[in-house]
Design a protein around this ligand. Structure first.
Ligand code: PRP
Ligand code: URA
Ligand code: MG
Length: 219
C-alpha cells in the first residue's frame, strides 16, 4: 500500500484538521461536519492525480480543444456514520461516481475497553473492475477498514482500492497495509503516534461519529 500523507506539506488543510481536534471548536457540529467534508474534497483532489485520463474533444462557443479527462469508473463507499460527511466531500468532486454505504461500528458487549466491529448493513453496486474509494475519517486499529474489505468481497473485484481518511494511528496503518492488496493507496491527512486502552487515537480528536451526529446509545 502506498501512503500519501497530506499534512507532510503545510497547506490550508492544517487549519481544518486543527479545528476538528480543538476541544473549544469541535463541539460546533456543523463546522465539524463541514471540515470533514472540506478534507474529503482536498483528499479527493489529491487522489484524482493518480487516476487514468483519456483525451476528449470539447466544443466551446469559439472553437474546439482536446482535454484529458478522467476515464475510470469510480465507486465511493463510506463507512457509517462518520464516513458520511467525508463521502459528501468526495462526491462533490467525483460527482458521477456510484455509491456504496456500509455500516461498521464498535459494539461493546461487556465493557468500555473490549469491543468487536459489527458490519450489519451494505448497499453497493458491483465493484468489478472499478476504482473503489473507501472513506472513513478515523483509522484507529484499522479493524473497520479490514472488516469492510471482507464484507465487500461478494460485490466483485475492484481494479484498485483507495482508502481516504483524516487521522490515522501508526499501528492501524500498519495493519491495513498488511491486509489490503499491494496496489492500494491510503490518502490520509495526518498520522498520530498511538492508541489508548479503549482503541482511541491519541491525541486524535475524540469520537468522530458523535462529533458529527451526537452520541449514540449501545443496544
Ligand atoms: O480503526 P478502527 O479501530 O476500526 O476504528 C475506527 C472506526 O471507529 C469509528 O466508528 P465508530 O465505531 O465510532 O462508529 P460511528 O461512526 O457510528 O460513531 C470510525 O468512524 C471508524 O469507523
Ligand atoms: O479515536 C477514535 C477511534 C475510533 N473512532 C473514533 O471516532 N475516534
Ligand atoms: Mg463513533
Amino acid at each position: 500500500m502506498t501512503v500519501h500523507h497530506l499534512l507532510e506539506k503545510e497547506s490550508i488543510a492544517n487549519k481544518f484538521v486543527a479545528q476538528l481536534r480543538d476541544i473549544s471548536v469541535q463541539k460546533d457540529r456543523l463546522r465539524f461536519r463541514r471540515n470533514v467534508e472540506r478534507l474529503g474534497e482536498i483528499l479527493g483532489y489529491e487522489l484524482s492525480k493518480n487516476l487514468s485520463y483519456g483525451q476528449e474533444n470539447i466544443t466551446t462557443p469559439l472553437g474546439e480543444i482536446t482535454m484529458d479527462l478522467p476515464k475510470e469508473e469510480i465507486v465511493i463507499c463510506s463507512i457509517l456514520r462518520a464516513g458520511l460527511p467525508l463521502h459528501t466531500g468526495l462526491l462533490n468532486y467525483f460527482d458521477d461516481a456510484e455509491n456504496s454505504f456500509i455500516s461498521a461500528y464498535r459494539h461493546h458487549p461487556y465493557d468500555d475497553e473490549e469491543f468487536e466491529i459489527l458490519v450489519e448493513y451494505l448497499a453497493s453496486p458491483s465493484l468489478e473492475g472499478k476504482i473503489l474509494i473507501l472513506a472513513d475519517p478515523m483509522l484507529a486499529t484499522g479493524s473497520s477498514f479490514v472488516n469492510v474489505l471482507s464484507a465487500l468481497e461478494t460485490m466483485g473485484n475492484p481494479k484498485e482500492i483507495h482508502l481516504v481518511s483524516i487521522i490515522g494511528a501508526k499501528e492501524g496503518i500498519k495493519y491495513v497495509s498488511k491486509e489490503f492488496p499491494e496496489n492500494s493507496h491510503l490518502w490520509i491527512a495526518t498520522i498520530d503516534e498511538k492508541l489508548d486502552e479503549r482503541g482511541y487515537i491519541v491525541p486524535g480528536l475524540g469520537d468522530a461519529g458523535d462529533l458529527c451526529f451526537g452520541p449514540k446509545q449501545q443496544h
